[in-house]
Write a protein that binds this ligand. Sequence first.
Ligand code: PEP
Ligand code: MG
Length: 582
Amino acid sequence: MTFAQLGTGVSKGIAIGPVHILYRDELEIPEYALPEKFIPDEQTRYSAAIILARKQLHDILEQIPSNTPADIAEFIDTHLLMLNDSALAKVPLQIIAKHQCNAEWALKIQRDALVRVFDEMEDPYLRTRRDDVDHVVNTIQRVLLNSPVHHGASPAQEHPHSGHILVTDDLSPADTVLMQHQGIAAFVTECGGPTSHTAILARSLGIPAIVGLHKARERLHDDETIILDGLQGWVLANPDERSLQHYHQKRRQERQHYLESIKNKDLPAVTQDGHTIKLMANIELPADIPAIHEIGAQGIGLYRTEFLFMNRTSPPDEEEQFKTYKGVIDKLDGKLLTIRTIDLGADKQVDGSSHQTSAVTTNPALGLRAVRLCLKEPELFLPQIRAILRVSAYGPVRILLPMLSNINELKLILELIKDVKTELSAQDIPYDKDIAIGGMIEVPAAAIKARMFLEHLDFLSIGTNDLIQYTLAIDRIDEEVNYLYDPLNPAVLQLISLSVEAGKLLDKPVGMCGEMAADPRFTRILLGLGLTEFSMHARNLPAIKQVINDSQLSVLSDLTREIMQTTNYEEFLTRLNRFQYA
Ligand code: PEP
Ligand code: MG
């Protein structure tokens, strides 16, 4: 029998395919047979992964502050010992040869055997050591998943779940990137909210996705075909032939619609009464660039560089970052590139950092994140600043600082940037000496005092995903409280207004790069609040442009002023409602 289930659609698109159920912390392990001639290469790949995993643990050990409790260092020592043990260092090599299989599969076979032994142990303490086995095995698997495959296996062999719809409890942003490499057609998670980084990434990668579909793994089964609508947020299990045909057709129409919408790419965004609005794009990965040109974005308003730091054992060095950012600017044909310095922490963790916040902090979103982490770990921040500055010699580049909440912190960050500039000048390395440095308004404290922050900066960009989270005290990745996540909450609008006004007073640009800027339902009120720069995923740009081109700014400004002056909540809602149709 056909039946439908509802979650929250976070990335539009229709997907039709077989289900693949994945359990938490379970990595997507490719399993494939290898011709005999590739066995030595595969064994070398495995041994190299062990060496890299060891290096990673040693790096962490070295970065542990001296006052850290001894048991934490011992914990890592235990993992290092395990990595050196022949059960993990040697036996998988034999399995590769015996089963003629890939390294990841061999390690999985060995892991299952080890775990069985631990599970049978009487001693509860020893039984818990199986978690250590899993931790170490996962470290090696992650290295393997990112290490090049030297033999001639075809992508289809490497990724047995290509074309499947992944159903799982939750996905980290790092897993989402891996998933795209593995050709997953769409995903469903039981947890998560629409402004989580996982959801943002799905939109950027163009993967249809649904979050918050409770008990999805109980209701759906491996390999059954389902239809998923990422806009409406439902999946149809066990569809009949007519439904399948209908949704195949709908998928073709969606593609057609997209092709139609990009025909207007060269039209400027100008209101009916002649006000020009700047429309830029957000990117996470260099692979997002072609869409920028396809859709006619005027530049990049937000490049989330932290994705370059994920799914790897150590952070990219200055040279790798330079090459990556240069690759982006070279493809932009002179358009502006706004590079945001790493916003790691909270739900975006990096394996190479010594501060794995979510594991140890109760409130990672309030913890060591973004510029706070950069100040704590200058060795993570300074190579990035050097790389960005060097790239600024090749095209228009701006630096954007995330999560500002404290003026002193901002001043320290600006001092560090100044020092790097002095260093580059002394080394005769070219860079844009007048590079614009902006800050993100994501914390209410920064919005309330936007003017004070802007005095030290060249521009502001409002990050509504976090601003709403922090203003309304709603975890953006918690689907249980997602119904309260309201961009039109009067307090949120007030903070946006304060930020825009600060820009007007100091005659400096203020844009918005949070998801609110990408939703056509909110475009009119944002215009009314005086916003003149929007940055969003390229796919949303045509719809936003359409609303702008149909709008009369003077009318919107008057209506917004009235709304912002309203003190009674019911009246506020009535006016807001009227406003939507202005
Ligand atoms: C935001 O918070 O709105 C934003 C753009 O940053 P991110 O979504 O990466 O936290
Ligand atoms: Mg943010």
